[in-house]
Design a protein around this ligand. Structure first.
Ligand code: ZN
Length: 500
């Protein structure tokens, strides 16, 4: 089936309210024809009966294979301590380690003063690792502490790089997760995504090409791995048209708002001595930036606090100066959760894209004003960035938030809680639905190193699209969209087109 005609489609976005027929050949859009015209000769005709046709979504920042693993871990969120222990015990297997996630401060008094010792009483000699809600801290048992060379009596709470080291003691290989992970994207109408996982995730996609599953995957290379590679081999991988590409070195400049490790220019409003944690800064950061730039890499820098954002802009300038030969890779600031407006001119000059996750407001709305005060007027500053001319792309950061692109769009437009209630957090930073939609479709193509014109459904572009029962502008979460099919890489993906 090479030539396909979709009849009576409602195209979104479109300036034309009428129904159109969409002609596709070999996975590319040929043309849109006003409905009622004579049928061109094709292999298959499908009558969409007025359903909506819109580009597949691009999720610009998530942790894809880890989302699969996360779906099998024990969730601790919103549970009592007793319930957590019961659920963890029920999941305990002989030999293997035990992983949970979702705890928040403060830890229950019963666990103090030494949470590791408390866990060891319930899970003697077992490797137990419990991530906090933002995955920047872990709570571990003495077995893991011993592997990391920590003294006995350690609390068991580890932060940032030490949390990563603990995770390395228990993690499983993600190689077998690729097909289910790609299916998970398609069930949300997502046909392309940029994932930031560890090096074994890169190897998993190289061994299991994601285009076979109908999606484009882009990947960041962790800075530590870039620095440990043989310089002759530390080169970007894949082209725009390829199903898989690795084009950015991913650097952590700081931590998170939730863990009070976001790096700020001046102290936390409710903890003035604390500036957060600068994970990477100064000359060594600039050295990575230059070395990566000179090899043709883009940078993708995790920066939450305003100081981290400022330092990232400096690093991106260096990478840019070092990059020669007209490379079209785009540098990105991941999260960019707090902007000092004084940094806007240098941000614009750097050419970087802002990679935002409006859906983080669902959780962060309750703490952002208390910790950042008036500065929070420029938290997830979607409207301000667009007005300044900074390109914005958006993602869900799954599994930190749900992999639901509609919920993320809703957060960008309304900045309410996840049920649509509460006060608007940062009303001046709301954007129009069409603007938020653009950040997940046509506006996401270049920043995610996707094929030319991806996400537009213009003639000549990839025909990667979703079919909905409902008007996109009325949808506030995925369950309301009425997603009936996804077409990508030349095939129907959800029901083999049988729903029509
Ligand atoms: Zn992330």
């Amino acid at each position: 089936m090479n030539r396909l005609l979709l009849k009576s489609a409602r195209r979104y976005p479109s300036s034309d309210a009428g129904l159109e027929d969409l002609l596709i050949d070999s996975g590319k859009v040929v043309q849109w024809i006003p409905s009622g015209s004579e049928n061109p000769s094709v292999d298959q005709v499908v009558d969409l009966e007025g359903r909506w046709v819109l580009p597949g979504f691009v999720d610009s920042h998530l942790h894809l294979l880890y989302t699969e693993q996360h779906s099998r871990q024990i969730s601790l969120a919103e549970k009592s301590l007793d319930r957590c222990i019961t659920d963890l015990k029920a999941a305990t297997r002989e030999g293997g380690s035990l992983v949970g996630h979702g705890w928040r401060d403060p830890l229950p008094a019963e666990m103090l003063p030494t949470p590791a010792a408390f866990l060891d009483r319930h899970f003697p000699d077992k490797a137990v690792l419990l991530w906090n809600a933002d995955f920047h801290r872990v709570l571990v048992t003495p077995v893991i502490l011993a592997q990391l060379g920590k003294e006995s009596g350690h609390s068991g709470v580890l932060v940032e790089e030490e949390a990563e080291a603990a995770w390395n003691c228990v993690k499983e290989s993600p190689a077998k997760e690729v097909p289910a992970a790609c299916q998970r994207l398609l069930r949300y109408g997502i046909t392309a995504a940029t994932t930031f996982d560890r090096g074994e995730s890169i190897r998993a996609f190289q061994a299991n090409p994601p285009e076979n599953e109908g999606v484009f995957i882009r990947h960041g290379l962790p800075e530590e791995e870039f620095l440990s590679m043989d310089p002759a081999e530390a080169l970007p991988y894949g082209d725009r048209e390829d199903g898989f590409a690795v084009r950015w070195v991913k650097i952590f400049a700081d931590g998170t708002l939730g863990s009070r490790t976001a790096w700020l220019k001046s102290g936390y409003t409710d903890d003035p001595e604390n500036l957060g944690v600068a994970r990477r800064s100064g000359d060594s950061l600039l050295a990575t930036a230059e070395s990566a730039g000179s090899k043709g890499w883009g940078l993708a820098i995790h920066a939450i606090g305003d100081a981290a954002v400022c330092e990232s802009i400096r690093a991106i300038h260096s990478a840019r100066m070092a990059r020669t030969g007209g490379l079209d890779v785009v540098d990105r600031i991941e999260h960019l959760q707090l902007l000092d407006p004084g940094d806007a001119p240098s941000l614009i000059q750097s050419g970087a894209v802002a990679s935002l996750q409006p859906c983080h407001l669902f959780e962060d709305r309750t703490i952002v004003r208390g910790r950042w005060g008036k500065r929070a007027d420029y938290a997830i500053p979607f409207r301000y960035l667009l007005d300044q001319g900074v390109p914005v792309v958006t993602g869900t950061d799954a599994p930190i938030e749900d992999l639901d692109p509609w919920a993320d769009l809703f957060a960008a437009c309304e900045r309410l809680d996840r049920h649509g209630n509460g006060e608007v957090e940062g009303p001046d930073q709301r954007v129009l639905f069409s603007e938020a939609f653009h950040s997940k479709t046509a506006g996401a193509a270049k920043a995610n190193f996707l094929p030319e014109d991806y996400g537009t459904l213009n003639p000549g572009s990839r025909a990667d699209f979703q079919v909905l029962e409902n008007d996109p502008e009325t949808v506030r979460r995925g369950s309301e969209a009425g997603l009936v099919e996804v077409f990508s890489h030349g095939q129907w993906r959800l029901n083999e087109g049988r729903v029509f």
